[in-house]
Design a protein around this ligand. Structure first.
Ligand code: ZN
Length: 495
């Protein structure tokens, strides 16, 4: 990570992450149960394999491996010739087998990296490893939290959903950087088509944070391994979003710095992020690695992955696409950023830009459509099936069949609110082709009826011009394009 000037007497936060992301596959990682479980009743998407019944054997889902290889390529990781699975043993009610199938000494991805941008500065975060594993079931505590609940229900629908655990180097120095990293990671995973951020619980984060003295940080921003090992660190669990991660880590950083400033030692422990109260609280002491008694999963043979790496390609990623949009379509950095915010937006923009002027397409997609969607708390995916209608509206504007103002303020809004297509709205609201003759007549009338304003206007007063435009708009019932009226009035003056 690039250096930032650090004062010797400053206390510096050192943060590393373990990010769990659910991979978007049709079925679970080791059985044929569907992952498409919207509003499912508890324990209805299960089978002997994901319930861990005696004698049931796992079969690896090819789609999960493909997704993992794509992630590895996107983060520029080493993908080994051969990868294998281990059992991680622990007893917990969400884990019916008494172990989780995961990867231990031969993960599918190692030594990757991801570039982030914070405060206008680009930095690279190291990714130590990323491996495949199965999600456990989920627990629902009734009448309280984990410590105070009357009883707890368990739902195994989630058990066996494919997960990727992505472990970063301790490269973060602030909660803000963590948030930027998680947002970037989500963006890349969505571009790859392996992840859906709108799915509840699809991204979960455990973070470890310790505080070191500024004089331990060298000029490149690096910190010695032994210093990091000596520093007492806490692990913060149960973070379920990138906004939550920023809040939890900012809280934890302040808590530890305050303890040190008061001369107290920070205890090495696991803490739980309490989202509702906005604090971290101490929880059970952390298991050490040896407690998990990792051993090879004998029911799954080692997997050769080198061929997959050769044959799988990945799409253009967000950073590359952003740069190409600036070069190819001459867009500003800001517009290119907005238009590549998700793969769907970028694909849609390119469709519209191919047919019309790229600038007009950018205004319509980045400003008008995204603005109106945002206002309604909708996403581009909500209108995916209506791209043809939307493109048709831009076409009508491009060909002067409708004014920009009417298209933006009436047709687009009614398309989103009522679900009608542009032609229906244009007919209903009587917004058809602008009658240029009528507008010209109205301009002449406004000039004839307001000699004083015309005089002021000839004297160069902008207020008088605006007044005349207003008069014409009134006479045409708002159907004229104010920009065009403005132009007509200027032309008459200059004649
Ligand atoms: Zn199953």
């Amino acid at each position: 990570m690039t250096a930032q000037a650090v004062q010797q007497d400053e206390l510096v936060a050192v943060i590393g992450l373990e990010v769990h992301v659910q991979l978007e596959t049709d079925t679970k990682i080791f059985c044929g149960c569907s992952t498409d479980q919207d509003d499912a009743e508890p324990n209805t998407y299960t089978c002997p394999v994901c319930l861990g019944l005696p004698g049931a054997l796992p079969v690896l889902n090819e789609a999960a491996v493909e997704s993992a290889v794509k992630v590895g390529k996107a983060i520029d990781a080493d993908i080994p010739e051969e990868t294998r699975f281990h059992r991680k043993n622990y007893f917990y009610p969400d884990l019916p087998k008494g172990f989780q199938i995961t990867q231990y000494d031969a993960p599918i991805c190692q030594d990757g990296e991801l570039e982030i941008e914070v405060g206008g500065e680009r930095r690279t975060v190291g990714i130590e490893r990323a491996h495949l594993e199965e999600d456990p079931g989920s627990l629902q505590h009734q009448g309280g939290n984990i410590d105070t609940a009357d009883y707890t229900l368990v739902n195994y629908n989630r058990a066996g959903i494919p997960l990727m655990e992505i472990v970063t180097d301790p490269d973060f120095r602030s909660a803000e950087e963590v948030r930027a990293f998680l947002a970037k990671l989500e963006e890349v995973l969505e571009y790859l088509g392996v992840f859906d951020s709108s799915r509840d619980g699809s991204l979960r984060v455990d973070a470890n944070l310790s505080i070191v003295s500024g004089d331990e940080v060298d000029d490149d921003g690096a910190i010695d391994d032994s210093t990091l090992e000596d520093a007492n660190r806490t692990e913060v669990k149960n973070i379920s979003s990138h906004k939550g991660a920023e809040k939890a880590l900012a809280y934890e950083e302040t808590r530890q710095k305050n303890a040190i400033n008061r001369g107290r030692e920070v205890e090495q422990e696991t803490r739980h992020w309490d989202e509702t109260r906005g604090i971290t609280v101490s929880m059970r002491s952390k298991e050490a690695e040896k407690d998990y008694r990792y051993f090879r999963e004998a029911d799954l043979p080692p997997l050769q992955v080198s061929d997959w790496k050769e044959k799988l390609s990945i799409p253009e990623l967000p950073d590359a696409r952003r740069e190409r949009f600036q070069d190819e379509y001459g867009l500003s950095e800001e517009a290119a950023s907005k238009l590549t915010s998700t793969k769907q937006v970028a694909d849609f923009y390119e469709d519209v830009a191919e047919t019309f002027d790229p600038d007009l397409a950018a205004t319509w997609v980045a400003d008008n459509l995204l603005g109106e969607l945002n206002y309604r708390d909708m996403a581009i995916t909500d209108v995916e099936g209506r791209f043809d209608e939307f493109t048709h509206l831009v076409e009508l504007v491009a060909e002067d069949e409708i004014t920009t103002k009417n298209a933006e303020e009436i047709v687009l809004r009614e398309m989103l609110d009522e679900g009608d297509d542009p032609e229906t709205i244009i007919e209903r609201e009587d917004l058809g082709k602008v009658d240029t003759g009528a507008v010209e007549g109205a301009v002449q009338e406004a000039i004839d009826e307001n000699p004083d304003a015309v005089e002021d206007y000839h004297a160069g007063e902008d207020g008088a011009l605006n007044f005349l435009v207003g008069q014409v708009m009134q006479k045409t019932g708002g159907s004229a394009d104010p920009g065009a009226v403005n132009g007509m009035l200027r032309e008459r003056r200059d004649e």
